[in-house]
Design a protein around this ligand. Structure first.
Ligand SMILES: Cc1cc2nc3c(=O)[nH]c(=O)nc-3n(C[C@H](O)[C@H](O)[C@H](O)COP(=O)(O)OP(=O)(O)OC[C@H]3O[C@@H](n4cnc5c(N)ncnc54)[C@H](O)[C@@H]3O)c2cc1C
Ligand SMILES: *[C@@H]1O[C@H](CO)[C@@H](O)[C@H](O)[C@H]1NC(C)=O
Ligand SMILES: *[C@@H]1O[C@H](CO)[C@@H](O)[C@H](O)[C@H]1NC(C)=O
Length: 625
């Protein structure tokens, strides 16, 4: 493809993203993207995966979904030269805009996003500050999946999470068992980390800290110390503490799982990647209960493809349960109400868990050192990114620091924190109206609370609840595969979830009160949500009201195809990720987590992909080194 055509495409893409690039994001990112492409052609030896023209009639394995887990599974299975592997992905390929770390918010609401929304809440309200009381749930519809949309934060979760999975009857999933799989993927580019036994070099997935940060990131670490926490690698021996963000970054750009795991193997002729191919059903023989193929639609053209050995669903925590139910695997009564014949009666779609926190918890300082659009969307900044692979555009979606803290409700046994902080030297207002757009905030809320901050220096902590007690479900709305399912996260149905978050917010206020932040005259922004005006600032009622208004998903839906032994009435897959009651069918993605991990979910999902691929190899008699 010619360079001009590509730059043209990027410009076209940017217009699609924003409506009008001149007024909304300016031309700088487009220019940056064009030059980034030049750099890519000149320097990068890896080209993009090939979109196969013709899908064969049969493969050994069919992987549905090329996201965080699916890209790993397809890459690893195709290491076996005499296995043929087909990867079906509903979306297309990532591009130069999605590569820019600081612009991660701009791929939401684009063609790369499924643009799911939660259904309006019931008795326990949430997302009340959003249009229609609905939370936006972006999910990647692109090769690399949500690893193309995400903020690239690299966090593994807590040891106790995995040990708990194992205690629930999932043999082989303890922390000791999964750590080698985190290491297998990793190519850590920070020597101070890679020399510890918790990190590794030489894997496919590049991990590093952003090469650029504001001075406030250091204040954040110092504040942690003042509050009695250690500054540490929270992916290492202990999790409790404060750290600079580690990210899936490669030479200053996003390292999606497509870039990491599929580009290097693009020349394998036993791996076919079919983009713009949306699976609509898994074909299962009703007599033998054996999966033998997949129906899919490519460019409006329905097709089928057969699997000699296995079908693997890696369509994510919404896509995988959705497909299972369409294929006759799910709760009996629910499927029967859509006249879908039931092949295995399982609690598919239940146990939906997510991380949520208070959005828009904003602090104001006096010094001109925060991340504002006017300061950092400049030509010089673009050049710094393109030429030196450094500078503000390499910032991980703006999240510079992370912390894992204990509220008074945290387990007393120690080192299993219940609240995580995402620290950013910016706020809802800093990026024009982009954050408003992607969160779906109502005009009245935005104009009242965040517009007055237009020229202010702001920073944020997003305090999030690591192990929610509330859980929800994904259910069918129709047996037509193109109709999105009903998404109901049931946030805050357990009071403890509000109480824990409220304590987390108060620890965040103490970060602002630390000497480290008082040097900058830090103070909370106190304009309440219009419907929370009757409560005094910092009362329990005030925070509950705020949480129910600006309920901020950290985009971690999981656990809708719960892993558990056959005795577990809620389990959908067994500890080898095989669907209970169906042969030759596995689920390998974030939906198998029995409980959501205490941290961001991308790295754990990649680990699940690595481990799942090894289990498949073992089960087909391949020796694992
Ligand atoms: C905006 C955002 C920010 C995030 N930030 C972070 C972060 O900073 N750090 C972190 O650790 N995690 C983050 N996450 C979460 C993390 O990215 C996800 O948990 C992870 O990517 C999930 O991986 P998965 O393989 O389960 O699903 P996905 O990566 O979503 O992959 C599913 C794939 O399947 C495809 N698919 C679905 N249905 C079909 C079908 N019927 N046919 C064919 N293909 C199909 C999809 O198009 C997609 O490519 C973020 C997520 C989002 C959306
Ligand atoms: C695949 O290769 C392995 C070893 O390379 C061999 O043992 C096996 O028989 C082969 N299988 C097929 C179906 O060719
Ligand atoms: C915040 O700091 C104050 C003063 O040091 C302390 O009394 C309070 O317990 C702290 N709050 C939390 C939630 O840790």
């Amino acid at each position: 493809m010619s360079m001009l055509a590509t730059i043209g495409q990027v410009a076209h893409f940017a217009v699609g993203l924003t409506g009008n690039p001149l007024t909304i994001i300016g031309l700088v990112p487009i220019f940056a993207a064009g030059l980034a492409f030049l750099r890519y052609v000149a320097v990068d030896p890896e080209s993009h995966p090939v979109n196969v023209r013709h899908v064969r009639r049969e493969y050994d394995f069919i992987v549905v979904g090329g996201g965080s887990a699916g890209a790993v599974v397809a890459s690893r299975l195709s290491e076996i030269a005499n296995w043929t592997v087909l990867l079906l992905e509903a979306g297309g390929d990532e591009n130069e805009i999605s590569d820019i770390p600081a612009m991660s918010g701009y791929t939401q609401m684009s063609e790369f996003d499924w643009m799911y929304q939660t259904s309006p809440p019931g008795d326990s309200p949430y997302c009340l500050a959003m249009i229609g009381d609905r939370c936006n749930w972006p999910r990647g519809k692109v090769l690399g999946g949500s690893s193309v949309l995400n903020a690239m934060i690299y966090i593994r979760g807590n040891k106790h999470d995995y040990d708990q999975w194992e205690r629930q009857g999932n043999r082989g999933w303890s922390y000791q068992d999964v750590l080698p799989y985190f290491l297998k993927s990793e190519d850590n580019r920070n020597p101070y980390l890679s020399k510890t036994k918790y990190h590794q070099t030489g894997g496919y997935l590049t991990v590093q800290e952003s090469p650029w940060r504001t001075p406030l990131s250091i204040a954040f670490l110092q504040a942690g110390k003042e509050l009695g926490y250690d500054i540490r690698d929270c992916n290492g021996e202990k999790q409790t503490g404060f750290m600079l963000s580690q990210g899936t970054l490669r030479r200053g750009s996003r390292c999606s799982t497509s870039k990491a795991f599929l580009r290097p193997v693009r020349m394998r002729n036993n791996l076919h990647v079919a983009m713009y191919s949306q699976a609509t059903k898994v074909m299962i023989n009703p007599k033998t209960k054996t999966a033998y193929g997949v129906k899919f639609v490519r460019n409006n053209h329905p097709q089928t493809v057969r699997a000699r050995r296995e079908v693997i669903l890696s369509a994510g925590a919404i896509g995988s349960p959705h497909l299972l139910m369409l294929s006759g695997v799910g709760e009996k009564n629910h499927l029967q109400s859509f006249q879908i014949p039931v092949l295995s009666d399982l609690k598919v779609g239940y146990n939906l868990q997510d991380h949520i926190g208070l959005g828009g918890l904003t602090f104001i300082i006096d010094d001109p050192i925060t991340f504002t659009k006017s300061r950092y969307q400049t030509f010089a900044v673009a050049m710094e990114y393109i030429v030196n692979e450094k500078g503000p555009l390499t910032s991980l979606g703006g999240v510079e620091g992370l912390a894992f803290v204990n509220t008074k409700y945290a387990p007393k046994s120690g080192d299993w924190p219940d609240v995580q902080f995402h620290f950013a030297p910016s706020s809802i207002n800093s990026d024009g109206e982009q954050v408003k757009k992607i969160t779906g905030l109502r005009d009245s809320v935005y104009n009242t609370i965040y517009k007055p901050l237009r020229n202010a220096e702001t920073w944020t902590i997003l305090p999030l609840l690591l192990r929610p007690k509330s859980s929800g479900w994904i259910k069918l709305k129709s047996k037509d595969p193109s109709v999105y399912p009903d998404i109901n996260p049931n946030y805050f149905t357990h009071r403890e979830d509000i109480q824990t978050l409220t304590e987390g917010i108060r620890i965040a206020l103490n970060v602002s009160n630390s000497q480290a932040f008082q040097k900058f005259n830090s103070r909370p922004h106190r304009i309440p949500f219009p419907k929370c005006r009757q409560y005094d600032f910092d009362t329990d009622d005030y925070w509950e009201c705020s949480l129910r208004h600006f309920t901020f998903t950290i985009y971690h839906p999981t656990s809708t195809c719960k892993m558990g032994p056959v005795e577990d009435p809620d389990a959908v897959v067994d500890p080898r990720l095989k669907v209970h009651g169906i042969k030759n069918l596995r689920v390998i993605d974030a939906s198998i987590m029995p409980n959501i991990v205490s941290g961001n979910t991308n790295a754990p999902t990649i680990m699940i992909g690595e481990k799942g691929a090894d289990m498949i190899k073992e089960d087909w008699g391949i020796k694992i080194r």
